[in-house]
Design a protein around this ligand. Structure first.
Ligand code: CMC
Length: 431
């Protein structure tokens, strides 16, 4: 629990109110306004939650000025370089790194949950072939509540754990099925002899007609992409999962809500939007025109893959992702493609341009991830599903933390009402 060490004083209409100030283990102090409405009859106003801590959490910490991201205290670059995704999943869910036996047990359990109920195949077939894989995923993940009745009781710790395992294990299968369905190829069943990332690549790129071997370096790069996206404290989709879960909704429904929120281009959809933007720019000589548009207040265009609500320095995930991009492109022999040239030049110009420098708009994780995923052979429509499957562990860890918090209440923000005041209904003939 956070400590109360100081108080803040609010003066309103000649009266003063003492508000407790909570001290976190890292980050700025938090003024506790929970009793403010009862005591002073006022609400606070913070659209977009730019200054509001919506919950207490001990999972992930971001220092936006330093460009630092910690999962349970461990820096993201150390985890991305020295750990692997399933170990990171254990860490996020349980708070500590596993010992050897705990890790083996966890991996064994995840691996034994990778198949989806066979009847779910029919569910996929109900979608149009040209559906965006995110549309399919929102539907199918929500539909898991209709298939796994024995893990819906949120008050039973065992059922919560089984639901968490199922979600982490089945999301790659569901994402790969959404992809295979969209290109008209047969679904590929998961293989439990393969690692988590290797299995995902196999389900996406193998076909029953011929043998397929996943390149180990690509599986490693994929695993690193999963790790870099695993959690990011109270971002829009995580807050959506928490808000949906605060009403007591089941975990599959909550994760479907998170996937829906992630899809937007200001959030997880930025990776697809960024690569599409790079292709639209097309050639290096077009960049100045797009930079000018991004700066023009009257043009809604933004440089996708740049800027972040919290990071006012280089996104630490982007640093690792950039190194990974260089490795993967070297491995695949992609050196001189036009999209890559545009990306490099755009990054160079934006990092020097006073508009971006003054507003502290640095490349974010989505700027480089699309370049790697495209080189690996994924279509742009699969970029956000890959983000979604990676983030599932973060969502479920945050959901679990909330359910296990005895102070948890249904999320119910208030509003600053500016509509009509009470008035009488007038019949349509008299209007
Ligand atoms: N291109 C041009 N100008 C920008 C950009 C951009 N990408 N991002 C922010 N700005 C400007 C913005 O116009 C505003 O200028 P002013 O102060 O003159 O009005 C200022 O910078 C602050 O922007 P904001 O919209 O108030 O900042 P925010 O914290 O609400 O938005 C953001 C953060 C990520 C939504 C935004 O930077 C953005 O739209 N970026 C492009 C989309 C993107 O790459 N999203 C992925 C984020 S990282 C992964 C994830 O979270 O899913």
């Amino acid at each position: 629990m956070a400590e109360t060490s100081k108080t803040a004083t609010l003066t309103l209409d000649g009266k003063t109110y003492e508000l407790p100030v909570l001290s976190p283990s890292a980050g700025p102090d938090v003024v506790d306004i929970r009793k403010l409405y009862a005591q002073a009859d006022v609400f606070t106003y913070d659209p977009g939650f730019t200054s509001t801590a919506s919950c207490e959490s001990s999972i992930t910490f971001i220092d936006g000025d330093k460009g630092e991201l910690l999962y349970r205290g461990y820096p993201i670059d150390q985890l991305a370089n020295d750990s692997h995704y399933l170990e990171v999943c254990y860490l996020l869910l349980n708070g500590e790194l596993p010992n050897k036996t705990e890790l083996e047990d966890f991996e064994y359990r995840i691996t034994r949950h990778t198949m989806v109920h066979e009847q779910m195949h029919n569910f996929f077939r109900g979608f149009r072939r040209d559906s965006h894989p995110m549309a399919t995923m929102v539907g199918v993940v929500g539909a898991m509540s209709a298939f796994y009745h024995d893990s819906l009781d949120i008050n039973d710790p065992w059922q919560r754990e089984v639901a968490s395992m199922r979600l982490i294990a089945k999301l790659p299968t569901i994402a790969a099925m959404a992809y295979k369905y969209s290109i008209g190829q047969p679904f590929v069943y998961p293989r439990n002899d393969l690692g988590y990332a290797e299995n995902f690549l196999n389900m996406c790129f193998s076909v029953p007609a011929e043998p397929y071997k996943v390149e180990p370096a690509l599986a490693k790069a994929m695993d690193r992409i999963f790790t870099l996206h695993a959690d990011h404290e109270q971002n829009a989709s995580t807050s959506t999962v928490r808000l949906a879960g605060s009403s007591g909704a089941n975990p599959f429904a909550c994760i479907a809500a998170g996937i829906a929120c992630l899809w937007g281009p200001a959030h997880g959809g930025a990776n697809q939007a960024c690569l599409e933007m790079l292709r639209e720019i097309g050639t290096v000589d077009q960049i100045p025109e797009y930079i000018a548009r991004a700066k023009d207040k009257n043009d809604p265009f933004r440089l996708m893959g740049f800027g972040h609500r919290v990071y006012k320095n280089f996104d630490p995930r982007a640093k690792v992702m950039k190194e990974s991009a260089d490795e993967v492109l070297d491995l695949l022999g992609v050196h001189d493609n036009e999209t890559l040239q545009v990306a490099k030049e755009l990054e160079r110009i934006a990092l020097e341009d006073p508009y971006f420098v003054e507003k502290k708009l640095y490349p974010n994780v989505d700027f480089y991830s699309g370049i790697i995923l495209e080189a690996m052979g994924f279509p742009t429509s699969m970029f956000t599903p890959i983000f979604a499957l990676s983030r599932t562990v973060g969502w479920i860890s945050q959901w679990k933390e909330m359910i296990e918090d005895p102070t948890n209440k249904i999320g119910r923000p208030r509003q600053l009402y500016t509509g009509a005041t009470k008035r009488d209904y007038v019949d349509v003939t008299k209007r």
